[in-house]
Design a protein around this ligand. Structure first.
Ligand SMILES: *Cc1c(COP(=O)(O)O)cnc(C)c1O
Length: 422
């Protein structure tokens, strides 16, 4: 049997390679930090490059205080729990971390997951039934898309960050118009008005670094009597005045019913996710959410160290401030050089090649040349981003020094001129 599968898979793999979409992993031989040792291509001797493509927004991935806490917690709590939460996998630190996150967001309760992918995967099905509707931004993260697939509520998609489009689908869901999305037999769709409605959006969209219009979304939700769920993975800890994400940045803290997020980005970057919000929602998730019930507990060392990360970030604004200063400096310098930057304030800084016919090739050539200059960034092109919008996505960290950012800017200038981009 496998002969045939092998043939089919090889055919498909060749197609991926021919399309230039084959993903290669680059080997890092050091800890995750602004300057890393990378071996690439495969087998090449490792060299030091400046890392501008990680989600290590606050530099906590290698923070000495957190590493110390991690060592101590390993000694006290051991390496693993070998159980799901409700059998024998809950330690005091797991409960404490849940409390800490609720405090941080001023929410009623919190439930931990092994990842935000799991948090989203296990969110919708326990909360929404076939008579409900879920309304989702067209560019939402894959884990939201998958989570929604697993629930039986009717799904409505609105154009990315388009409030007219959102209002249209809200009306349709409320009026019960048969807006079947093509999944399953259309006639079996229940044309009655939706019972409960949930609007679901990323807080920050990872490819453009743009912020969801949460103030407008919350206002529409009030008008049409809907719940709001925000996945704030690209914002938790560093965005908003106290690091409470896009929800805080948009001034709607306390008005969003459910927030999901990750500890795998700014919060130390190990792993772990959570859902925080209304008490009954969290209680129901503890009863029914499948990634919580049927997947192992978050490692104790991650729970304990994440606690310390939240403490560190409530205790001081320094890292956030440094990150915002670094971001503003990089954005301004790149614009002055003439690069086509998507305007914004987020440390995701997309450098586009919109004015060039060969934008896809440029994104790859630029990334390769920058790597040669010691700057590690990744170029994205269709179908990861829309046609004509190929880009290099730069991610700034609080751990970058001004000298390191200056090096990146100088390399962009040199390589940009060589490739006739500026
Ligand atoms: C990164 C990300 C996730 C996945 O988080 P993990 O904890 O790594 O599973 C989910 N949603 C969004 C919006 C993300 O950016």
């Amino acid at each position: 049997m496998y002969q045939r599968v092998r043939y089919d898979l090889n055919q498909e793999l060749s197609k991926i390679k021919e399309a230039g979409l084959f993903k290669e992993e680059r080997l890092i031989l050091s800890a995750q930090k602004p300057e890393i040792d990378v071996s690439y291509p495969k087998g090449a001797e490792s060299r030091a490059v400046l890392n501008f493509c990680s989600n290590n927004y606050l530099g906590l991935a290698n923070h000495p205080n957190l590493i110390e806490v991690a060592h101590k917690s390993l000694d006290k709590y051991g390496f693993g729990l070998a159980s799901v939460r409700f059998i024998c996998g809950t330690q005091d630190i797991h409960k404490e971390l849940e409390r800490k996150i609720s405090e941080f967001y001023e929410t009623e309760d919190t439930i931990l997951y092994s990842s935000c992918f799991d948090a989203n995967g296990g969110l919708f099905e326990p909360i929404l039934s076939p008579e409900d509707a879920v309304i989702t931004d067209a560019l939402n993260h894959a884990s939201i898309i998958d989570g929604i697939r697993l629930c039986k509520a009717r799904r409505f998609i609105y154009e990315h960050s388009d409030m007219k489009s959102l209002e249209n689908v809200l009306k349709k869901a409320r009026e019960g118009i048969d807006l079947w999305d093509g999944r399953g037999p259309g006639l079996s769709c229940d044309p009655s008005p939706a019972r409960n409605i949930m609007i679901s959006t990323d807080g920050v969209f990872s490819m453009d670094g743009d912020i969801a219009r949460l103030d407008e979304i919350v206002a529409l939700a009030k008008e049409y009597d809907a719940m709001v769920m925000v996945d704030d993975s690209h914002a938790t800890g560093f965005f908003g005045q106290k690091g409470r994400g896009a929800v805080e940045y948009c001034g709607v803290l306390g008005q969003v019913d459910i927030i999901t997020s990750t500890m795998g980005k700014a919060m130390g970057g190990a792993s772990g996710g959570f859902t925080t919000g209304k008490k009954e929602v969290i209680e129901m998730l503890r009863q029914k959410s499948r990634p919580y019930l049927f997947s192992n507990t978050l490692a104790p060392v991650i729970a304990a160290t994440s606690l310390a990360a939240f403490d560190l970030l409530t205790g001081s604004d320094d890292l956030r401030k440094k990150l915002m200063d670094n971001t503003a400096y990089f954005r301004k310098s790149m614009e002055e050089l003439g690069f086509d930057i998507i305007k914004g304030v987020h440390p995701i800084v997309p450098v586009l090649f919109r004015n060039f016919e060969n934008d896809a090739q440029l994104s790859q050539a630029m990334a390769r040349d920058l790597y040669e200059e010691g700057i590690y960034v990744i170029g994205f092109f269709f179908p990861v981003v829309p046609r004509g919008q190929s880009r290099i996505r730069v991610q700034i960290s609080a751990a970058h020094t001004v000298e390191q950012i200056d090096k990146a800017i100088a390399a962009f200038e040199k390589v940009g001129k060589r490739n006739k981009v500026i």
